[in-house]
Structures are given as structure tokens and as C-alpha cells.
Design a protein around this ligand. Structure first.
Ligand SMILES: [Zn+2]
Length: 153
């Protein structure tokens, strides 16, 4: 499968953010929001431990930064690029922000809400949905997570 060059560039940045999260003691997950032209308008990394904030997942941090940058909660036309399949909370945030596309790297078979455990972002019962592209730089994203948890076991 060939991926969009803008998605790949954003994923490279998200992977760097994920590595920084891991170095700070948080589960290594990073996220970038790009606008319709593919420009990065917000980014974030998992800050749950650092910020003592149960909702400070990379996706939420990045969506807040992007919304602040454009001066609107409505991010329709934008893409959220994240190294790991979003959890239920972050899948909900994807819908609340109205981002049009979700791009992620590794699958989260235990808690993923974008196609593995649940598929919140494409649930036809909900009024909003997002297009999903999975598996972008999957090996790199998985390797970061594996290395992080190996050290802690
Ligand atoms: Zn999450």
C-alpha cells in the first residue's frame, strides 16, 4: 500500500514526539494534526504521567493545539495522524473535533477504537464519521511501544 506523502511526513514527526514521550516516562504515543493542505497545525505527545492528567493522550493534546492555532474547535478537513490506534476517549475526540481523516500507525488490539476492539470513528449510528488509514509506519510505531514496555517488565 502506498501512503500519502503528507501523512508519512506527519507520521515521522509523530514518531519523534512518541519517542520524546517515552523518554519522559509516558507510553510513547505522538500525534500531529495537518490541515487540508497537509501542513502541520498542531502536535502533541502523551503527557499522562508528566501532567498527572488522565485525558492528556497525544491525540487530545494535538487536537487542542490545532484548535487553538486555527481559533476554532471545528477541524473539518483536517487529518489527525497518530502513532497508535486511538482509544475510546480519543476516538470520541476525533468525532467531536470533526477531523475528516484519522491516520494511525500501530494497531491496539487491547483498547483500540478505530477498527480493532471497537470502530467508534466509523460507527454508522453516530452523526459524524472519519475516514481511517491504518498501518502508516506501523513497524516503527510498534517497535517504540515494545521497547518501552520491555524495559518496564
Ligand atoms: Zn486515547
Amino acid at each position: 500500500m502506498t501512503f500519502d506523502p503528507a501523512d508519512l511526513a506527519a507520521m515521522d514527526r509523530a514518531l519523534a514526539l512518541a519517542a520524546a514521550a517515552g523518554e519522559a516516562g509516558d507510553v510513547p504515543v505522538g500525534a500531529v494534526v495537518t490541515d487540508a493542505a497537509g501542513r502541520a497545525i498542531g502536535e502533541g505527545r502523551n503527557l499522562r504521567e508528566v501532567a498527572h492528567d488522565p485525558t492528556a493522550h497525544a491525540e487530545v493534546v494535538a487536537l487542542r493545539a490545532a484548535a487553538a492555532a486555527v481559533g476554532s474547535w471545528n477541524l473539518e478537513g483536517c487529518t489527525l495522524v497518530v502513532t497508535l490506534e486511538p482509544c475510546i476517549m480519543c476516538a470520541g475526540a476525533v468525532l467531536q473535533s470533526r477531523v475528516s481523516r484519522l491516520v494511525f500507525g500501530a494497531w491496539d488490539e487491547k483498547a483500540g477504537a478505530a477498527g480493532s476492539m471497537y470502530d467508534v470513528v466509523r460507527d454508522r449510528r453516530l452523526p459524524y464519521r472519519a475516514e481511517v488509514v491504518a498501518g502508516v509506519r506501523e513497524a516503527e510505531a510498534s517497535a517504540l511501544l515494545r521497547a518501552f514496555f520491555d524495559v518496564r517488565r
